[in-house]
Design a protein around this ligand. Structure first.
Ligand code: DP6
Length: 344
């Protein structure tokens, strides 16, 4: 008998960035962060997991290529946690099929380029954990699942929810309070849209994981950011979202992206994620906003721009950006996690 589950999970793009860990194995951050989950129409990860007595070892295929599981500590942690929860449920209910001890085959795909700074690890690990929880019938809520997904990749914990999502950094050493919570569902602000401007889909130079630890070690500006700036900015951002105040949301988003890249520059040796085209887009959006704030840019650990704007402004922004960068832009709107099927 083969047990099988397939799920998909969305990408999220932070407007208050996560950058820095206080615990690198449990993936506990040095500051809280906040993101917007994108719709799955254009960007998502999709994972199928099968469990069977006939499998002799755990195996993983990522975008069609076989990869090692044992050398991936983060994947091993997600498997260990979900299997332990399943074993616990099985020990309490004899009638349940025994799945916790079975070997599994994981098949995972992104429909967008991996490691191009497009948050593939976020949707990938959210999807892995959601699919394991579905296969094992764990019945945890999204915040509880986010604690497991966080151990795969920090930003993944935010992809368990749709809409506007905070990752509360928490205080506990065991990470039990470092979890994602939904600030507002996607229906709260349906006019808000995101557009991703793909400047380059080449694999980035410095991974987020390596980059942020070098920042923690060397950047005095990061200490200022995590102590003085982010706590207040989280509150202001949550208020701006609750009020659907776009100019406020946009100012905070752009300021936070700017400070994140300033912190990268303050890292020693410095880390550059934006390129000349990224900076040109910042200039264009700044110019466009002179008559009133109508768009916000943000950049993660790569050169690609994500533009947030009310839907009515998008055609104009698209026209503006594709005029300067022909063929570089595509749009997406907001959405949430979708469970596709579960067979058993
Ligand atoms: C710039 O979640 O990829 O996108 O926890 O080491 O896997 P790890 O890092 P990751 O870092 C994301 C950094 C960011 C900002 C953000 O998404 O908040």
């Amino acid at each position: 008998q083969v047990f099988e589950a397939t799920c998909s999970a969305p990408v999220n793009i932070a407007v208050v960035k996560y950058w820095g860990k206080r615990d690198t194995s449990l993936i506990l951050p040095t500051n809280s962060s906040l993101s917007v989950t994108l719709s799955q129409d254009q960007l998502h990860s999709k994972t199928t997991i099968r469990a069977s007595e006939s499998f002799t070892e755990d195996q993983l295929w990522l975008n069609g290529k076989q990869e090692s599981i044992s050398s991936n500590k983060r994947l091993v942690a997600c498997l260990r946690e979900t299997r332990a929860l399943r074993a616990n449920i099985e020990s309490k209910d004899e009638s349940l099929p025994k799945l916790a001890h079975l070997k599994i085959h994981i098949c995972s795909e992104n429909n967008f380029p991996t490691a191009a700074g497009l948050a593939s690890s976020a949707s990938g690990y959210a999807c892995l954990v959601f699919t394991l929880a579905t296969l094992f019938d764990l019945r945890l809520n999204a915040s509880e699942l986010s604690i497991i997904a966080r151990q795969g990749s920090g930003s993944a914990c935010r992809s368990l929810f749709g809409g506007f999502v905070a990752w509360e950094m928490g205080q506990n050493d065991d990470g039990s309070d470092s979890k994602a919570v939904q600030i507002a569902p996607e229906t709260h602000w349906p006019e808000l849209e995101a557009m991703i401007c793909v400047v380059s889909d080449a694999k980035k130079g410095t991974s987020s994981t390596e980059g942020m630890q070098l920042t923690v070690k060397t950047s005095p500006l990061l200490q200022h950011r995590i102590k003085e700036v982010v706590p207040r900015r989280m509150e202001d951002m949550i208020q701006a979202i609750k009020d659907r105040n776009f100019p406020r949301f946009a100012d905070l988003t752009m300021q936070d992206s700017n400070q994140f890249h300033a912190v990268c520059l303050d890292t020693y040796p410095p880390i550059f994620y934006m390129n000349d085209i990224s900076r040109a887009i910042i200039r264009i959006i700044t110019e466009y906003n002179k008559s009133g704030v109508k768009a916000a840019y943000t950049y993660d650990a790569g050169p690609n721009a994500v533009i947030y704007a009310p839907r009515e402004n998008m055609p104009e922004i698209y026209a503006l950006l594709s005029h300067y960068f022909p063929g570089a832009a595509f749009a997406d709107s907001l959405g949430m996690l979708k469970e596709q099927k579960k067979d058993w």
